[in-house]
Design a protein around this ligand. Sequence first.
Ligand SMILES: [Zn+2]
Length: 274
Amino acid sequence: MSPHPVLCYHRVGGPLELGVTRVGRAVFARQMTALAKAGWRTLTLAQFAQRFQPGNSALRIPPSAFLLTFDDGYASLAQYAYPLLAELGFTATTFLITDHVGANNTWDVRYTWRPLAHLDWRSVELWRARGFDFASHTASHARLTWLSDARAADELGRAREALIQRLGASAGRAVAYPFGAADARVQRLARSAGYELGFGSVRANGGAMHVPRVPVYLWDAWSVPLGLRPDRLGSVGRFVAHLANRCAVGTSVMQGLGARVSGLGGRESRRPSP
Ligand SMILES: [Zn+2]
C-alpha cells in the first residue's frame, strides 16, 4: 500500500446513468466529510510529485494525506464536488480531455439519456485560482496502447500543449491514461512528451509514470460511508483497501450486469472508463 493513496472518482452527481462510474452527490459528501473529520488531508499535485523526486524524504508529507483525483472533467464537478471540497479545505486534481473542454461528451457510449457537459476553460481557470489542479487525460480519450507511436505521441503531446498554453507550465506535469491503459511503450511516450507523472489503474507498477489509483464506483454507496466513523477509521490505507475490495467484487458484478444488459437491449457491453 502506497503511503499516500490516490483515490479516483469520475462523475459526482448529475443525471443517473446505466454505467457504474457515477457517485451520488450525497454519497460523495458523506465520504469526504468523514475523511475530513477523521483528520485526513488532500495533497496538491505538486506535493504528491515530490515523493518521486530524488533525495525526497517521505517525512515531509504528513502520513494522513492522500491525492484526490477526478477523471474526464465533467461539468457537474464544479456544481457539486469542488464547492464541497473547498468548504472542507480539500483540493483535487482533475484530468481533462482537452479536445472536449467546454463541449458535450461525444467520446463515450451513452449511459445517460442526454449528453453530459464537460467543464469549460472558464470554470477550469476559476477553480485553478482557488487551488485546484488540472492535468491531462489526453486529447480525445483514446486507448493509447492501441495506437501507433505517432498517434499516441500526438494524443499526449497535443493535450499537454493545450493545458500549458491555457494554465501554465505546471498543468503539463501529469497525465491519467484513458482506461488506465499504459504499457512500457506508452509510459515512455508520455515521458518523452514531457510528463513527470502518469496515473494508471489499481494494478499500476508504482513508478512515477505508472502510479496506481483506487477507483470509486457506484457500489461504494452502500457500505463505506454508512459504517464509517472516525474512531473506526484507523488509517486511510484501511479505508482505501476496503474500497479496493469493493471494486474487485464490483468488477465481476458489473461485467455480469453488462452481459445481461447487452443480452436484453442489444446495447454494447462496456467496461466503465477509468
Ligand atoms: Zn476517462
